[in-house]
Design a protein around this ligand. Structure first.
Ligand SMILES: [Zn+2]
Length: 245
């Protein structure tokens, strides 16, 4: 299903280094899923994209995510493991596809779920309220107030928040919240797991390690980069041990 070589991983890192988080996730998926066109990847809902990223991560580095969080109350650092099958193996994590509706505060809304394509058109880094409004503009297909066509600008902030919550309900994996309890002070909170960023950091760390390995073996044996990358990880490791790295 997936297909990524050491050379691909280096290329992903090289290409994605200067890109936004949205583009980095797409770069990883485009390389890992050659059977899907870039257009198809752009049209996945954010939850479908994150499910695919989780599966790529499982295939690449295994099913257990090792993460850490800092207690927002006392600063205690917590390390924890998280199983990918537990995150995306339940039916409650599945995306409800098709057009959705919401009727509240005198408005009747028809909307579709946000996609990577929408995120690319929304400036990242703007404040969350602004992002919510811009995403709503992309995804709302019909807005009516008392039966009359209305515009996004007329929607009250509270309704946009309700819409955002419903979008997450329809596409749960686009917002993976963790249940954390601090062992030091008993504080409970729900940090967000951003699988795109998480996987990107792992890919970047792996790429840097590969470069160090190429450097060591090229210097010891005079091999070219492509020859070192063509070795299996096990063979590379065996040679590295022989040169005392
Ligand atoms: Zn604490």
């Amino acid at each position: 299903m997936f297909c990524l070589t050491a050379t691909d991983l280096l290329r992903i890192w090289e290409t994605g280094e200067t890109k936004s988080q949205v583009e980095r996730a797409l770069t990883i998926l485009a390389a890992a899923c050659p059977d899907r066109s870039f257009e198809q990847l752009l049209d996945l809902s954010l939850g479908q994209r994150d499910r695919l990223l989780l599966l790529v991560r499982q295939w690449l580095f295994g099913p257990e995510l090792k993460a850490f969080a800092e207690c927002p109350r006392c600063g205690q650092r917590l390390e924890f493991g998280l199983g990918i099958p537990a995150i995306c193996g339940t039916t409650s994590s599945e995306t409800t596809s098709g057009e959705q509706t919401l009727s509240a505060a005198g408005f009747d809304l028809q909307f579709r779920l946000p996609r990577s394509r929408d995120l690319l058109s929304v400036a990242v880094g703007t404040d969350p309220q602004q992002v919510r409004r811009l995403l709503a503009e992309c995804c709302l297909q019909d807005i009516r107030r008392d039966g009359q066509t209305a515009s996004v600008d007329e929607l009250p902030e509270v309704l946009l928040q309700q819409l955002a919550a419903l979008v997450v309900e329809c596409d749960p994996l686009q917002e993976i919240l963790l249940d954390m309890t601090c062992p030091a002070c008993d504080h409970r909170w729900r940090p967000l797991l951003d699988i795109g960023q998480f996987l990107w950091e792992e890919v970047a760390a792996y790429a840097r390690r590969l470069l160090r390995e190429v450097h060591t073996l090229a210097r010891a044996y005079g091999w070219r980069e492509d020859a070192v990358l063509a070795l299996s990880a096990r063979r590379r490791q065996a040679y590295l041990e022989m040169v005392g790295a």
